[in-house]
Design a protein around this ligand. Structure first.
Ligand SMILES: [Zn+2]
Ligand SMILES: [Zn+2]
Length: 254
C-alpha cells in the first residue's frame, strides 16, 4: 500500500475511551483543517482558488466563525462571494420560466424533473461541496483503509477493537460498507460477527446509561449512584449521529 497508513492515530483513537474512534479522529482532522484554512493559507492563491470553488457547508461555516480571525474569514468570503455571484448571475440570466407544475410532469426526462429549476439546482450543486469536508473525507477514507489493513495484517488489532467502546451508528455505516468493499467473503465471515456483536453490546451499554439517567430523576432514586449516566445525553447523541456535542467551541489560540 503506497498511501500513508494512520496506524498510530487509529490505535490512539481506539484506546482513547471515546464512544467512536472515527469521531475521535474526525474531530482532530476537522480542527486541523479549520486551523489550516484560517491560518496563513488563505492568502495563498492555490488554496484560495480551491475555497472559492468548493466553498464551505453550514456546519464548517459556523466553525470558521467560532474559530475567529475576522480578517481571514473576510478574505475568504470576499472571493467566494465573487465566484458565487458570477455563476448565479449567469444562471439567472439564462433562466426560462415554465408553466407551473410542468417540471414535475409525467413525460419529462428524469434529469429535468430530478430537482426543481435550473437556478435551484445550480445553488444546490454549490451547496453540495465544502473545502473542509473534502479535506477531512480524504484522510478519513485512508483511516478506513488503515482499519482494514490492520484487520488483515495485525492479529492483535481485532482484540483492540473488541476492547474499545465500539462505533457510533453514523460511522458504522461506512465501516460495514467498507467491509464489503475491501474484504473477501471469508474475511467478512470472520470480522462481521465480531463487529455486529460489539455493536449490540455497546448499544446495550449506552441504552442502559440513558435509561438510568431517566430513572435517576425519579425522587425515589435521588440518593442512588449515578453509575455511568452523568454524561449519558452527549454520549447517546454521539452514538446515534456522531460528533461530540459537549465539546467547547473550537477557537484560535491567541
Ligand atoms: Zn463516529
Ligand atoms: Zn463541511
Amino acid at each position: 500500500m503506497k498511501e500513508k497508513l494512520y496506524t498510530i492515530e487509529l490505535h490512539d483513537a481506539l484506546t482513547s475511551g471515546d464512544e467512536c474512534p472515527f469521531c475521535y479522529m474526525e474531530r482532530d482532522l476537522e480542527q486541523k483543517a479549520i486551523e489550516f484554512v484560517l491560518g496563513s493559507s488563505y492568502m495563498e492563491s492555490d488554496t484560495r482558488d480551491k475555497t472559492d470553488r468548493q466553498g464551505f457547508c453550514r456546519h464548517h461555516t459556523k466553525m470558521m466563525y467560532d474559530y475567529g480571525n475576522t480578517l481571514g474569514n473576510a478574505w475568504i468570503l470576499k472571493s467566494r462571494m465573487k465566484h458565487l455571484r458570477e455563476g448565479l448571475k449567469k444562471e439567472m440570466a439564462d433562466f426560462k420560466p415554465e408553466a407551473s407544475g410542468s417540471r414535475f410532469g409525467l413525460f419529462r426526462k428524469k434529469e429535468e424533473t430530478a430537482g426543481g429549476t435550473s437556478v435551484g439546482n445550480w445553488i444546490r450543486g454549490e451547496e453540495s461541496h465544502c473545502y473542509v469536508c473534502a479535506r477531512v473525507e480524504d484522510t478519513y477514507r485512508r483511516v478506513i483503509d488503515t482499519f482494514f489493513y490492520q484487520v488483515k495484517h495485525e492479529k492483535e488489532f481485532v482484540d483492540m477493537v473488541k476492547q474499545s467502546k465500539g462505533f457510533c451508528i453514523h460511522h458504522f455505516a461506512d465501516l460495514v460498507d467498507a467491509c464489503a468493499d475491501k474484504l473477501d467473503k471469508k474475511e467478512q465471515d470472520q470480522i462481521l460477527p465480531v463487529l455486529f456483536d460489539q455493536m449490540n453490546r455497546e448499544l446495550d451499554r449506552i441504552q442502559g446509561d440513558i435509561d438510568w439517567m431517566i430513572e435517576k430523576f425519579d425522587y425515589l432514586n435521588k440518593d442512588k449512584d449515578w453509575k455511568n449516566s452523568r454524561d449519558a445525553v452527549q454520549r447517546t447523541m454521539q452514538k446515534i449521529v456522531g460528533g461530540h456535542p459537549a465539546d467547547p467551541v473550537f477557537k484560535a489560540v491567541k
